[in-house]
Design a binder for this molecule. Structure first.
Ligand code: MBD
Ligand code: FE
Length: 317
C-alpha cells in the first residue's frame, strides 16, 4: 500500500477542523503551531507509508516518555536543545553580538534554590569515596574584561556514579548535594569546592534509551559541570564545562561540547589546608565573560519547567 492522500480536500479540511483554524477563538499561536506540526506528521505518514502498528507504537511511546518523566531528556538526546542553542548563536550573529563565553544547553537536571554564598562555596554535602576533590574557580567579567561584582554563579553536577541530587535513582544524595551558588565581590571571583564528577548515562530502562537503542546510539555524556551566570547588567549565561580527558568529550549524546568549554585540569597539593578531603586535588580555572543586555533586555532567559526548592516554593506547595 502506498497511498498519498495528504493533499486531498478531505484531509486538509480535517487538519483545519482538528486545530479549529476557521475561528478567531482560542490561542492563535497554539493553533498555528499545532496545525503545522500535525500537517507535517500527516505528510510524513503518507510519504513514509507509516503503518498503523508504527503509529500506535509511537503513541504508546509518548505515554512511556511521560511516565518516565523523560521528555526533556529526549529533547537533549535528539539534538532539539542543541538546535535551540544554534538558533540563539545565529540570532546573536545577526544582531552583531560577538564574544563572551559560549552558551551550551541547560539539560533537564537543574534545581532552583541553592544557598547563595559570597565568593566561595563548598558544595559536596555527602561523602563520595570514589570522587577526589575538585576546585573550580575563576572570574566573572563583562566583554571588556572588567570584573563584575554581584554576579551570581550557579553550578550543578553529578557525583562519582553520574547521578545528580534530587534525580538520583538510588535516593542516596541530600537535596542540594553538588549544587551551589556564589555571589562575586568587587574582584569578580567565584570558587566552588567540590568533588570530581563522572559522566551521566540515560536510565537504561527509560524511554529515551529505548529510542536511542533503535538508532544504535549510546545515551552517555562526558563528565561535565553546569553553570548559570547572572548579573543585573548582562544577559544570563547558560553553559557547561567538560572535564578534560574524558573519552566522550566529542561523543556527547546531548551534543553540548564546545571547543572553548574544555578547560585544563591542574594537579595541586595543599587541599588539607583548605579543608578538602585529600591533600592532592584537581583545579580548574574557568573565567566567564558575559554579554550586554539587548536594548535593556535579557533575551537569554529561558522559561521552562524546573524543580524549584526555594523557601517560597516549598511554602506554596
Ligand atoms: C545531564 O546531566 C545533562 O546535562 C543532559 C543535557 C542530559 C542528561 C543528563
Ligand atoms: Fe548534566
Amino acid at each position: 500500500m502506498s497511498v498519498k492522500i495528504f493533499e486531498t480536500n478531505e484531509v486538509q479540511e480535517l487538519l483545519k477542523a482538528a486545530t479549529n483554524l476557521g475561528t478567531a477563538e482560542g490561542n492563535a499561536r497554539a493553533k498555528a503551531i499545532t496545525h503545522r506540526l500535525l500537517s507535517d506528521l500527516f505528510r510524513a505518514i503518507d510519504e513514509l507509508d507509516m503503518t498503523p502498528d508504527e503509529i500506535w507504537a509511537g503513541v504508546n511511546y509518548l505515554n512511556k516518555l511521560g511516565q518516565d518523566g523523560e521528555a526533556a531528556l529526549l529533547a537533549a538526546g535528539l539534538g532539539l536543545e542543541k538546535f535551540l542553542d544554534l538558533r540563539m548563536d545565529a540570532a546573536d550573529r545577526e544582531a552583531e553580538i560577538h564574544g563572551g563565553t559560549p552558551r551550551t544547553i541547560e539539560g533537564p537536571l537543574y534545581v532552583a534554590g541553592a544557598l547563595v554564598r559570597d565568593g566561595v562555596s563548598r558544595i559536596d554535602l555527602d561523602a563520595d569515596a570514589a570522587a577526589g576533590p575538585l576546585i573550580i574557580r575563576g572570574t566573572v567579567s563583562g566583554l571588556d574584561g572588567v570584573p563584575l561584582a554581584n554576579a551570581v554563579v550557579e553550578c550543578w553536577h553529578a557525583n562519582s556514579s553520574g547521578f545528580y541530587s534530587h534525580f538520583d535513582p538510588t535516593g542516596a544524595q541530600s537535596d542540594f548535594n553538588l549544587r551551589g551558588a556564589v555571589k562575586t565581590g568587587a574582584d569578580g571571583k567565584y570558587e566552588f569546592r567540590t568533588l570530581m564528577p563522572v559522566g551521566y548515562g540515560c536510565p537504561p530502562q527509560g524511554a529515551t534509551q529505548q529510542l536511542l537503542d533503535l538508532l544504535a546510539r549510546h545515551g552517555n555524556r562526558p563528565a561535565h559541570v553546569h553553570f548559570f551566570v547572572t548579573h543585573p547588567d548582562t544577559r544570563k549565561l547558560t553553559t557547561q564545562i567538560n572535564i578534560e580527558g574524558d573519552p566522550l568529550i566529542w561523543d556527547d549524546f546531548a551534543y553540548a561540547t564546545r571547543e572553548d568549554l574544555i578547560p585544563h585540569v591542574t594537579e595541586r597539593t595543599g587541599g588539607k589546608a583548605l579543608g578538602l578531603k585529600d591533600d592532592g586535588y584537581k583545579e580548574i580555572e574557568f573565567n566567564f565573560a558575559l554579554t550586554p543586555l539587548v536594548a535593556g533586555v535579557d533575551n537569554q532567559r529561558v522559561s521552562r519547567a524546573r524543580v524549584d526548592l526555594t523557601e517560597s516554593a516549598l511554602q506554596a506547595s
